[in-house]
Design a protein around this ligand. Structure first.
Ligand code: PMP
Length: 299
């Protein structure tokens, strides 16, 4: 049986789940979304994801036509319909159906879509061997233009960077901001680890502040909290490629990726060239909370 998709309070089989060609989500990328994950019938950090969805919508002056509690109920309903205990959940809210002009006030009701699907895991080799990433020429959107903290449907900035990475044989791109500081990757935040006196036991964990041009990742925040529990020193720090090249470990975080080690950037080997001890300990800590730190449901 094909999966059931939620659109504006009704369920449709995947083949029949359609929206209007006049929807401004399609015409202008005018809308917001979230990518969420459920593990063993626990929706990881659902409240945090809904808070971010509402914040993105608020900045764009899109009024989501339901409460967070109603959205939570609709997500659980969609998961139950499809019988998913482990799922990737995509919530989308568009400006709604308007006409061919830009004017958002012509769109009367935002469209709400919830897609749940089997989670496509990254190949195990990414975690075992680490990624080789490359800095791309496309810089991250200026916070003064379209702030990267808004998780909007307009992902062209990231898509251009992804194309450039793939053209160079890499699966992820390192994106700098317009001043040349490290921002994030196309779909993941970035962290580096610096050993003190050559010892992983005395390491420091660093990530760029999001004001430089990055999404406030939910996984990023989870890792910061785990680092505190593991008594790992942590700081948000403005960093350049030079800092990353000289890191002992680098890794990426995201809902789908969880924690993925990076072993090469722009042809430079990072640290030992293998996934590091601090990265692995943080990934282990992260996997221990994903079945606990969220909203539970039953099929
Ligand atoms: N940065 C970007 C640009 C993203 O699209 C994402 C989500 N895939 C992330 C970072 C990671 O955010 P999260 O941990 O909330 O999934």
């Amino acid at each position: 049986m094909s999966i059931q998709i939620y659109i504006d309070g009704k369920f449709y089989a995947k083949e029949n789940a359609k929206i209007s060609v006049f929807d401004h989500g399609l015409l202008y990328g005018d809308g917001v979304f979230e990518g969420i994950r459920s593990y063993d019938s626990c929706i990881f950090k659902l409240e945090e994801h809904l808070d971010r969805l509402w914040e993105s919508a608020h900045t764009l002056m899109i009024e989501i036509p339901m409460s967070k509690a109603e959205m939570q109920k609709a997500i659980i309903q969609t998961l139950k319909r499809n019988g998913f205990t482990d799922s990737y959940i995509r919530c989308i809210v568009t400006r709604g159906v308007g006409d061919l002009g830009l004017d958002p006030s012509l769109c009367k009701v935002p469209t709400v879509i919830i897609i749940t699907d089997k989670i496509k895991l990254y190949p195990e080799a990414f975690y075992v061997n680490g990624l080789n990433i490359i800095t791309v020429p496309t810089v991250r959107n200026l916070p003064e233009a379209v702030n990267p903290s808004i998780k909007s449907l307009n992902y062209l900035n990231n898509i251009l960077a992804k194309i450039e990475a793939k053209n160079s044989g890499c699966v992820e791109a390192l994106m700098l901001n317009h001043q040349g500081y490290v921002a994030e990757c196309t779909g993941d935040n970035i962290f580096m680890v610096k050993y003190q006196q050559g010892s992983a036991a005395k390491a420091e964990l660093l990530t760029p502040p999001t004001y430089l041009g990055a999404l406030k990742g939910i996984t990023r925040q989870g890792i910061i909290e785990i680092a505190a529990k593991q008594k790992l020193r942590f700081e948000e720090r403005v960093m350049t490629r030079h800092d990353l090249f000289n890191a002992d470990e680098v890794f990426l975080t995201g809902t789908a990726a969880e924690v993925i080690p990076v072993v090469k950037i722009d042809g430079r080997v990072i640290g030992s060239g293998k996934p590091g001890a601090v990265t692995q300990k943080l990934l282990k800590g992260f996997r221990e909370i994903v079945r606990k730190d969220g909203i539970r449901y039953s099929i």
